[in-house]
Design a protein around this ligand. Structure first.
Ligand SMILES: NC(=O)c1ccc[n+]([C@@H]2O[C@H](COP(=O)([O-])OP(=O)(O)OC[C@H]3O[C@@H](n4cnc5c(N)ncnc54)[C@H](O)[C@@H]3O)[C@@H](O)[C@H]2O)c1
Length: 321
């Protein structure tokens, strides 16, 4: 019998990660594309490690895994993993902490600029032969000297502030767990009261995890206190903004626009009204899907498994369960 470690890769990853597996003398691996629970079930029972992207890993599946020692999330959010079951079975949960902050921060700037410059409207005016309407189109907005609130100042928030400062924005930071010193060193101003701060912001970008505390954090009661020119971006997790409330606020012209990379239900249902709202810019949870970032994540998710078995996994990448 082979004494090689069995590695399961749930959902395809970049070839750079597969290359690491192929080169490893002590690993056998299999990539799973069919995500039916019965298919995963039949493979998970023998594996020693798994890498997983966005597929759900409920407790019932984790309980089937007799030899599983490490779950390596391809990404940084881990709300698709049953952490209770992982803890109960003493399984290490790790993330690709070093890979995706830049890609997500760039995506936020891309959304902020597209919305403030009314990309769809201006682009289609030229393409549909209405160039002469340029003086009649509603005006665009500058980012210069505007106030942005970054909620959540971890890896992505700290990457985003540098881009916002490049545009000479005034950056306010809401993150009760990050020191004033770290925030000020990067040119931000720490705020303690989210509801009060939101009232004077021109832009808000969310970079916090989804949990009981943050679900529906941005709801109609808060939206109606925002400035009419405010743009809100969510490239964190669906469910932090209440989608029904957001749609209502946009239709009532309470805010200028919204950029969403993530949804309460993914994919969003066809009758989700936000899909047809012209004030919303959407992307299909692809903020981290740059070629460069996918390469980094593919490598890091496998390197984390290698480092774990070599007993040199960076502790900061291990989630405390
Ligand atoms: N759209 C995408 O493709 C994509 C890619 C990567 C990460 N994400 C998501 O982005 C978010 C941030 O990722 P990260 O890597 O920066 O995480 P991180 O853990 O480095 O930072 C999160 C920060 O949020 C703070 N925080 C936690 N609860 C808070 C609260 N209630 N109020 C204010 N701050 C709070 C923490 O102190 C921490 O500093 C996560 O939700 C992650 O799942 C999305």
């Amino acid at each position: 019998m082979s004494n090689k470690k069995k590695i399961l890769v749930i959902q395809p990853i970049h070839k750079a990660g597969i290359d690491l597996l192929e080169k490893h003398p002590k690993f056998d691996f299999e990539v799973i594309e069919n995500l039916d629970a019965s298919n995963i079930n039949s493979k998970i029972s023998e594996c020693d490690a798994l890498s997983i992207r966005t597929a759900k890993l409920p407790g019932a599946l984790i309980d089937e895994a007799k030899n599983l020692q490490i779950i390596s999330r391809h990404g940084v959010g881990y709300d698709n993993i049953d952490t209770e079951a992982s803890k109960r079975k003493n399984i290490t949960l790790t993330i690709t902490a070093n890979s995706n902050a830049v890609a997500v921060a760039e995506h936020v700037m891309f959304m902020l600029l597209n919305i403030s410059k009314r990309k769809e409207m201006y682009d289609s005016s030229v393409k549909s032969g209405r160039f002469d309407e340029r003086n009649k189109l509603p005006k665009t907005i500058e980012l210069w000297n505007k106030s942005i609130l970054i909620a959540g100042f971890g890896r992505i928030g700290q990457c985003l502030i540098k881009r916002c400062k490049g545009f000479e924005m005034n950056v306010f930071v809401y993150d009760p767990y990050i020191s004033n010193e770290i925030i000020e060193n990067l040119g931000g101003k720490k705020v303690d009261n989210l509801a009060e701060t939101i009232k004077s912001m021109d832009a808000i970008s969310l970079h916090i995890p989804l949990n009981n505390e943050t679900e529906n954090l941005i709801n109609y009661d808060l939206l109606k206190t925002m400035k009419k020119n405010c743009i809100i971006i969510n490239a964190a997790r669906g469910g932090i903004i209440n989608e029904e409330d957001l749609n209502k606020a946009l239709n009532e012209n309470l805010i200028f626009g919204a950029g969403l990379d993530v949804f309460t239900v993914e994919p969003p249902s066809k009758d989700n009204p936000l899909l047809n709202n012209p004030k919303v810019m959407l992307s299909p949870h692809t903020a981290a899907f740059t070629e460069e970032c996918m390469t980094r994540m593919g490598k890091e998710t496998i390197q984390n498994i290698i480092d774990f078995f070599d007993e040199k996994l960076d502790k900061s990448k291990i989630i405390k369960l």
